[in-house]
Design a protein around this ligand. Structure first.
Ligand code: NAP
Length: 540
């Protein structure tokens, strides 16, 4: 049973959490343990966040299912079976619903509740939160659990609203089944989402036309079923596996090889890459030579290796060339993992349109018009991505001390203390906010939530009701995050990871919105801040 809408007498909370995805759910669980009165406000009709919204065909994990589980409850780990090494979205959503049931989370979650504004009130040291439907709440703490990839963006192409067939953004996929059999389908976008969608839709579509502006470097997922025996082994090995995730660079099961690309012989290098290309998951991205993303020659060499693979897999050499990225090197954008993605372009029912050569001029009532042709479709799928990291903050009117808007404060890029707080915005804590270590997200989330919970507990035990980052703390952390990004080839490339989105006004300039150091280093820095009694914060 979900939380009922409150009567006016019930609207004062110790904490309001925005979002009931993986981070919001876990934060609720932890704050409840502190005996707090918490309300989660969730725009959707169910829990799961990313896995609730992204129901597009073929949506699935790119990190190993078991490494993505919550690790905080042994009972939960023992009772849940994953059916595949990289589970599909329906299974992940079932898992998150199971978590909500098991810990009776829904009673504090209010669904269909999209937050429109959150304004800090100095007089009461609390936040006034208003939903789009006008309902109002007041809370001492405001915890954002809005996710880095949750504000979908439609392309700014003329005529989008004129199309007479069905059209969907992948992150707003309908809950009812959509069939593709015999239909003419267009997919715009070839990021991780587009790739998963394309390889699935191609199986049944009458005709699939892919509109590609920039190809991405994709690598094989190598998914497989998990047998009962394997699951028993995985279960027995959970403590070691989670320990390993704690120690790797980005909390994945894979971590960079300590060798430099050119420290090994040509034969060894080629054999290593062949092994990575044939192995499941992110190994080729996260477990490659340590200098792959900092040394241009090293990056060019691995890019050449993957380009050769694409040429081997795609029969038509002209199509293969179009699918090979030319403006960025392997791994400098998030690598989409695929299952027979390149082979899709060998199918008769699939056509690739390179819109960097022949741009889309407009969406018409019947389809899509490019500079050299007009196409008719029954369905248009927009796999056009997100206003990432800061986008979901920008969509809420968040105002701190003296009415300062967070959106204005971050006009030239986010400024944060440890990715968790911002001076001028007291009692606001961000989960998986900007400047955070992302990586294997549930691992980062668990740490992030526990750090915030410890701070909240500390404040409660010391009768403190105003928790704010200092200007110096924010400047130091922001400078540190920026300096970590220097020399990284990925920061020289346009992508959501550098805050660039051609569909959002004002987001054409690259910024540093992610922490690019190692997760262990991030945790050590946060642990140090806590151990020092949060001296870098202004607590009152
Ligand atoms: P994305 O990586 O930002 O890709 C968006 C795609 O749409 C790009 O190919 C982009 O082209 C294209 N596009 C955007 N606007 C366009 C326009 N106006 N005209 C033509 N093309 C346009 O978004 P995404 O694929 O949704 O993935 C975002 C992130 O979500 C991923 O990197 C990943 O971190 C996460 N994700 C994870 C999983 C998983 O774990 N299994 C699955 C899917 C996504 P340009 O490149 O030219 O801009």
């Amino acid at each position: 049973m979900a939380a009922p809408r409150p009567t006016s007498a019930e609207t004062n909370y110790d904490a309001i959490i925005i979002g009931a995805g993986i981070s919001g759910m876990y934060q609720l669980y932890r704050l409840r343990e502190l005996g707090m009165n918490v309300r989660v406000l969730e725009a959707g009709t169910g829990v799961g966040g990313t896995w609730y919204w992204n129901r597009y065909p073929g949506a699935r994990f790119d990190s190993e299912s078991y490494s993505y589980s919550y690790s905080f409850s042994d009972e939960l780990l023992q009772e849940w079976d994953w059916s595949e090494h990289f589970a599909g979205q329906p299974e992940t959503l079932r898992y998150l619903n199971h978590v909500a049931d098991k810990f009776d989370l829904r009673k504090d979650i209010q669904f269909r509740s999209r937050v429109a504004s959150a304004h800090y009130q100095e007089a009461t040291r609390s936040w006034d939160v208003t939903l789009e439907d006008g309902s109002r709440f007041n809370s001492r703490l405001l915890i954002t659990a809005v996710g880095p990839l949750s504000a979908p963006t439609m392309p700014r192409i003329e005529g989008v609203d004129t199309f007479k067939g069905q059209s969907f953004h992948t992150a707003r996929w309908p809950h009812e089944p959509v069939t593709f059999e015999g239909k003419r389908i267009a997919v715009i976008g070839t990021g991780a989402t587009g790739v998963q969608t394309i390889q699935e839709v191609a199986k049944t579509a009458g005709q699939l036309t892919v509109f590609q502006r920039t190809p991405n470097w994709c690598a094989p997922l190598h998914n497989g079923k998990i047998s009962a025996e394997e699951m028993a082994e995985i279960r027995a090995g959970y403590p070691e596996m989670f320990q390993r995730c704690q120690e790797t660079f980005a909390c994945f099961l894979h971590t960079p090889d300590p060798r430099g690309t050119f420290e090994v012989s040509d034969q060894e290098r080629e054999a290593f890459w062949e092994k990575l290309y044939a192995s499941p998951g992110f190994g080729i991205w996260q477990g490659n030579f340590r200098d792959m993303l900092t040394n241009r020659e090293a990056n060019a060499a691995i890019s050449d290796f993957v380009a050769r693979k694409i040429r081997q897999r795609v029969k038509d050499p002209k199509v293969a060339e179009k699918l090979i990225p030319k403006n960025h090197g392997f791994g400098t954008r998030r690598v989409p993992l695929e299952t027979r993605y390149y082979e899709v372009y060998n199918q008769k029912n699939v056509k690739l349109v390179d819109i960097s050569e022949t741009p889309i001029e407009r969406i018409t009532p019947n389809g899509i018009k490019t500079s050299d042709a007009e196409y008719e479709f029954d369905i248009i799928i927009y796999a056009t991505g997100f206003d990432a990291v800061t986008g979901s903050f920008d969509r809420i009117d968040i105002r701190g001390v003296d009415g300062q808007r967070l959106k204005d404060r971050w006009k030239y890029g986010p400024e944060t203390y440890l990715g968790v707080m911002v001076n001028g915005f007291p009692n606001m804590m961000m989960l998986i906010g900007p400047h955070m270590a992302l990586g294997n997200i549930p691992r980062s989330i668990e740490y992030n939530v526990e750090w915030v919970t410890d701070l909240v507990r500390y404040a409660r035990d010391h009768d403190m009701t105003r928790l704010e980052a200092t200007e110096a703390g924010v400047t130091d952390w922001t400078d540190h995050v920026k300096s970590l990004g220097e020399g990284l080839l990925s920061n020289e490339v346009n992508s959501w990871m550098t805050g660039v989105n051609s569909n959002v006004e004002g987001k054409q300039v690259r910024i540093v919105n992610r922490y690019s150091g190692s997760a262990p280093a991030y945790r050590a820095r946060c642990d140090e801040a806590a151990a020092a009694g949060y001296k870098e914060l202004a607590l009152a």
